[in-house]
Design a protein around this ligand. Structure first.
Ligand code: B12
Length: 219
């Protein structure tokens, strides 16, 4: 099996909710030493995107959405150690508090962002999902965070990101934290309109942009 067949196999496994196939393909990724991040982005996430479209078009329903997410997690259990093994940074670059905003329980994208941040040398405090603004801000105080990350996948929960930024402004500590936003429902325009410091469409870009801002702040 070549690389593109394996990556395609991952996508197919998500579309068929086939946990055996996804496990087999993820093990192939490791065995063939394929870049595990490429396998996630071009295989698993592509599959989830198609699942999302099918759901939107009423071709599948919530139980299938859940089965696709579970299938994704089976593969991630195998791919995460491979992703971690490729990380090189060992010095702490900074501290990030991150979670999915109130009312939103999507976690897959946030967890990938966390994985790559940790892998790149950040200390990350994962607040989980359905997180209220007080928890974001209290934890950021407690751990003396450099950045707060807010994930939102639902149009209806986007305002949870704005609420955190508005509360920081209200407390007079907006400049204390780099606020990073992302998740399927977020656009560059939305991020700008609420005054976020960083918007990223994927986890790799999130790490790169945070590195840039952290470097600029230190110099
Ligand atoms: C899997 C899934 C679920 C699973 C979630 C499982 C889990 N534990 O996470 C379950 C079944 C629970 C679910 C539930 C629902 N879902 Co849903 N779900 C999806 C689906 C198919 C995939 C999401 C996903 O994981 N994508 C893959 C990851 C890797 O992508 P990502 O999250 O965007 O993350 C990347 C970037 O955005 C970025 N990023 C993410 N977070 C952050 C944070 C920061 C700080 C930064 C910088 C970057 C960043 O980096 C990530 C990695 O590269 C999407 C469709 C889609 N294409 O997104 C629908 C989707 C998000 N769901 C949708 C809906 C409607 C729902 C429900 C309301 C359905 C219902 N009727 O109950 C519920 C909501 C429950 C709730 N209160 O949250 C809609 C949302 C529409 C909208 N715009 O509002 C979508 C878009 C489907 C659709 N096309 O209609 N869902």
């Amino acid at each position: 099996m070549n690389e593109s067949e394996i990556i395609n196999g991952l996508k197919e496994a998500i579309l068929k909710f086939d946990e055996n196939l996804v496990r087999e393909m993820a093990e192939e990724v490791v065995r063939a030493n394929i870049n595990p991040l490429k396998a996630v982005d071009e295989g698993l996430v592509k599959g989830l995107d198609i699942i999302g479209e099918k759901y939107e078009n009423d071709e599948i329903f919530l139980p299938e959405l859940m089965m696709a997410a579970n299938t994704f997690q089976v593969a991630m259990k195998i791919l995460e150690p491979a992703i971690m093994a490729r990380g090189q940074e060992r010095v702490s670059k900074g501290t990030v508090v991150i979670g999915t905003v109130k009312g939103d329980i999507h976690r897959i994208g946030k967890d990938i962002v966390i994985l790559l941040l940790r892998n790149s040398g950040y200390e990350v405090h994962d607040l989980g999902e359905d997180v209220d603004l007080f928890t974001f801000i209290d934890t950021a105080h407690k751990v003396n965070a450099d950045a707060i990350g807010l994930s939102a996948l639902l149009t209806s929960t986007l305002y949870g990101q704005k609420d955190v930024i508005d509360a920081l402004i209200h407390n007079g500590e907006r400049d204390k934290y780099i606020v990073m936003v992302g998740g399927g429902a977020v656009t560059k325009e939305w991020a700008e309109s609420i005054g976020a410091d960083l918007y990223a469409e994927n986890a790799q870009v999130a790490v790169r942009k945070l590195d840039e801002i952290m470097r600029a702040r230190k110099s």
